[in-house]
Design a protein around this ligand. Structure first.
Ligand code: 9MR
Length: 387
């Protein structure tokens, strides 16, 4: 990036995108074009979005940005690779790594002065077939070797460029799963191979990550982990155990996948506060708020308003806790949301598929604007900071 030709090209692209944004804005909105989520955020809070580099960012610096890319760069100060750093994408065969999607996210982030959250290293889902097959006969030592090599390779490649890593993702079952809240020693092939002492493996996953990238803040991350409940009680106990063992655990992330079919747990801020009291950073890592839609696929006015409230409640829980470092939405436009593919629900993000901002977007913008005086002063433009 320090090559002068590259810098000029980046500058030209940035200038071109400003013109394009200005031209594409309706007159009524033109005056507010400088007020984006990232520009209104307090300096010590990153506002992020997930993005799938392989799908939406390949070839970014070889052409003018798409409308999606323009908004991604303008609104967010942090990116999380939605799939690009997961095992199945980045390590498809035992001796094959494919960093094309992850590199595309890193390059886009650099060009747009964004931070990157790494996601994820130890998970029961999206593992490549070779891991699933090999794990049938793994000893714990085998599993440890495979995990260590993977972590050192992936984390090492981006060392110093990633501010937070979701090291362990969804490692606890839910109350409603068979066996109740317990470490996923069945579904997670690594924890299964080391079921005799899964906590030792989890601790070492954090140690290997920390050795490969000593500056990154290292997270436990899960869904249904917003409020104080039996699952987050288990995380709280695990965090204490890991910290007592000297494990370099430094963050707790609540994903924030909500549905309007269920209520909102008002204990989210209190939950963040108890993890912060352990000395951990906290974050909202994958926020979205889905809902069942009518026969035409439309939400009601009431649902639209309630969605804004729920998004805002999650942001408030973060903003009100000084240890909260980042608030990330799991995609910002309905066209790219994972929700309709998995649930009979939709309208989960903060913009429609045509990038029209929803009341949820306005609520977040307002809360960020109001939050600024209570937290540290804003970052001067162009200043790229690390935590
Ligand atoms: O959004 C991701 C989707 O594109 C993938 O197909 C899916 C595969 O499991 O993972 C989605 O992201 C998940 C994230 O990595 C962890 N928390 C739950 C997210 C939604 O499923």
């Amino acid at each position: 990036m320090s090559h002068p030709t590259t810098m000029r090209r980046v500058a030209a692209i940035a200038a071109a995108s400003l013109v394009a944004v200005a031209l594409s804005l309706p007159a009524a909105q033109a005056g507010s074009r400088h007020h984006t989520l990232r520009s209104e955020a307090p300096r010590d809070l990153e506002v992020g979005s997930a993005v799938w580099g392989q799908r939406d960012l390949l070839g970014y610096d070889r052409r003018p940005p798409t409308q999606f890319q323009r908004i991604l760069g303008a609104e967010f100060s942090s990116l999380t690779p939605e799939n690009d750093m997961k095992w199945a994408e980045v390590h498809p065969e035992p001796d094959v790594y494919d960093f094309s999607g992850a590199d595309a996210v890193m390059a886009f982030a650099k060009a747009n002065r964004q931070e990157v959250r790494g996601h994820t290293l130890l998970w029961h889902s999206q593992n490549p077939q070779w891991v699933i097959d090999a794990s049938a006969t793994w000893t714990c030592e085998d599993a440890r070797d495979v995990l260590e090599e993977h972590i050192r390779t992936v984390v090492g490649r981006y060392a110093g460029e990633i501010y937070e890593w979701d090291v362990a993702n969804e490692i606890f079952q839910d109350e409603w799963d068979t066996g109740g809240v317990m470490l996923r020693t069945e579904a997670n092939p690594f924890l299964k191979a080391c079921a005799e002492d899964p906590v030792a493996l989890i601790g070492d996953a954090f140690r290997w990550t920390h050795e490969a990238d000593p500056e990154a803040v290292l997270f436990l991350n899960d869904y249904n982990a917003e409020g104080i409940n039996t699952k987050t009680d288990a995380y709280y106990a695990l965090a204490q155990e890991l910290l007592a063992d000297g494990v370099p655990l430094s963050g707790f992330g609540a994903q924030g996948h909500l549905s309007l079919q269920y209520g909102f747990d008002e204990s989210m801020q209190a939950n963040f506060e108890r993890f912060a009291a352990l000395g951990l950073k906290v974050a909202v890592t994958e926020a979205d708020v889905r809902m069942p839609l009518d026969a035409n696929g439309e939400p009601t006015a009431e649902q639209i308003a309630l969605q804004a409230e729920r998004y805002d409640a999650m942001l408030q829980a973060c903003v009100n806790v000084a240890a909260c470092t980042s608030f990330t939405v799991w995609g910002f436009d309905d066209a790219r949301s994972w929700v309709p593919g998995v649930f009979p629900e939709g309208y989960a993000t903060i913009m429609t598929e045509d990038f029209v901002k929803k009341p949820a977007y306005d609520a977040l913008l307002e809360t960020l604007t109001d939050a600024t005086p209570g937290r540290a002063p804003r970052t001067p433009p162009g200043h790229h900071h690390h935590h």
